[in-house]
Design a protein around this ligand. Structure first.
Ligand code: ZN
Length: 284
């Protein structure tokens, strides 16, 4: 199992930049990094994609996924849908420039309409099929990340899984983020029945034990693994049983307390925790 780092983990640290993350991830042994759109935009103020591609060529660390295309679904007119496809064109160019083969698509939050789950599924399937066609020529995959927040249109594993299986394309799967799975009480039964090969990205974290759906139960309450209430043994044994084979687990926390650390110290701790997690649950 390879080690991945998501830039959300160090985003708020003093002096945070994409380059600082890259150097620290390389130093502490990460294999992959999820690149955030906002960090990349900042980087490109003073650097080029060619420079970034050159950096990856000369280091062990490789880009895993683009985080993220927000927000891809429930666009109620052609102009709003076109804006998503235009943004995707832009992301595909970035992916091609640095040989990154995956992007994460995040669902829309807080819609005005009182849409049913079936209406949301039908719309998301239609959008993802078009996006999959757009990405296919470049060999890029799309990983739908359901978010365990009450206001998110796709906020449970089973909904996201139904969508990606209905899309029925090899280059469309989903992200299993342990916090998001817990935060809207996704069904273990649904995960146990799923095909693990449809899980393209695995986000590792822990969290405080708070009432599900409470307004204060947010991403900021995430913790390093083994510090909170998540059942890591169950997540990992289930992933093994269902044939998850993406072979990377990616640390992703957004805890303000961890932003008090320097980027170097934050990434060092993330690496130590990821390594320990892999050794305990995956053996290597
Ligand atoms: Zn995540």
């Amino acid at each position: 199992m390879k080690m991945g780092f998501n830039e959300g983990t160090s985003l708020g640290c003093k002096g945070h930049t994409l380059l600082a993350d890259l150097e620290a991830c390389e130093k502490y042994g990460f294999d992959y990094i999820d690149i955030r759109f906002d960090c990349l935009e900042d980087y490109l103020q003073e650097h080029t994609l060619e420079e970034l591609a050159g950096w990856f060529k000369s280091h062990h660390l490789k880009p895993l996924s683009y985080n993220a295309l927000c927000f891809f679904n429930w666009k109620k007119d052609a102009a709003a849908q076109k804006a998503v496809f235009d943004e995707l064109d832009h992301i595909i160019k970035i992916c091609n420039a640095i040989d990154m083969k995956l992007l994460v698509a995040v669902p829309t939050f807080d819609i005005k309409e009182h849409a049913s789950v079936d209406e949301i599924k039908a719309d998301a399937v239609d959008m993802l099929r078009k996006m999959a066609d757009q990405c296919a020529l470049s060999g890029i995959g799309i990983s739908l990340e359901f978010c365990g927040a009450p206001g998110c249109t796709i906020n449970r594993f089973d909904t996201a899984y139904d969508i990606v299986t209905a899309v029925d394309r090899d280059n469309v799967g989903l992200t299993l983020d342990q916090y998001h799975f817990y935060a809207m009480a996704s069904s273990w039964e649904a995960l146990e029945k799923s095909d693990g090969k449809k899980i393209f990205v695995y986000h590792l974290n822990d969290t405080e034990n708070l009432p599900l759906g409470a307004a204060y139960n947010t991403d900021e309450k995430r913790l390093w693994p083994e510090n909170g209430c998540l059942d890591h043994a169950r997540y990992t044994s289930t992933l093994k049983k269902i044939g998850f084979d993406a072979d990377v687990c990616t640390m992703e926390v957004f805890r303000p307390e961890y932003y008090q650390l320097s980027v170097d110290e934050n990434v060092r701790m993330a690496a130590q925790r990821t390594k320990a997690f892999i050794a305990k649950y995956f053996g290597s």
